[in-house]
Design a protein around this ligand. Structure first.
Ligand SMILES: [Zn+2]
Length: 174
């Protein structure tokens, strides 16, 4: 590890300890040439993932950016932040497990829409309107028609049982 002060490549590790709840190792180093002290971190590197934008420009995949666009769509919706966080983690896992080193922003958009469609229809329509660049009311009507057919499908599968309602009843404090 090159010394940040003098550029020498001779440094010694003085101390090494786990950090960030064992997700990283922190090492204290001393430069053998100038005596400068510095710290390095070792972390697991998940596969590098590149996003190809519509313009063709390539940028590194950014989990925070994905999380932000999801929370904008979720603003003021009655969904706990933990669920949103789980949704984002699920999306990241899906993206990382695709085995590709590049993904288009369009593919990410479709994954987000599929996930939001399950979780919250309002957030789904909001996200779709931005992502698909809706210009006319008829664009919304098409999406709403799709959602309506989802609901009919779900009602058929659920046979009249509403799991969501049962869950919240259980969690109510006494
Ligand atoms: Zn040095």
């Amino acid at each position: 590890m090159r010394c940040p002060f003098c550029g020498s490549e001779n440094s010694q590790v003085k101390d090494s300890r786990p950090s960030d709840e064992n997700s990283a190792i922190r090492r204290r180093r001393v430069c053998s040439d100038c005596g400068g002290r510095f710290t390095t971190f070792e972390r697991v590197q998940l596969r590098d993932l590149t996003v190809v934008k519509r313009s063709g420009r390539k940028v590194p995949f950014d989990r925070d950016k994905l999380a932000r666009s999801v929370s904008v769509a979720m603003r003021k919706r009655p969904i706990e932040p933990e669920r949103i966080d789980r949704l984002v983690s699920g999306l990241v896992r899906q993206i990382e497990s695709s085995g590709e080193s590049e993904i288009t922003s369009a593919e990410i958009g479709e994954l987000v829409m599929a996930a939001l469609r399950e979780l919250d229809p309002v957030a789904y329509v909001r996200f779709a309107s931005v992502y698909r660049d809706f210009r006319e009311a008829s664009d919304f009507q098409a999406v709403l028609r799709d959602l309506a057919s989802d609901r009919i499908e779900r009602r058929r599968t659920a046979l009249g049982f509403d799991d969501e309602a049962d869950d919240t009843a259980d969690e109510k404090p006494q």
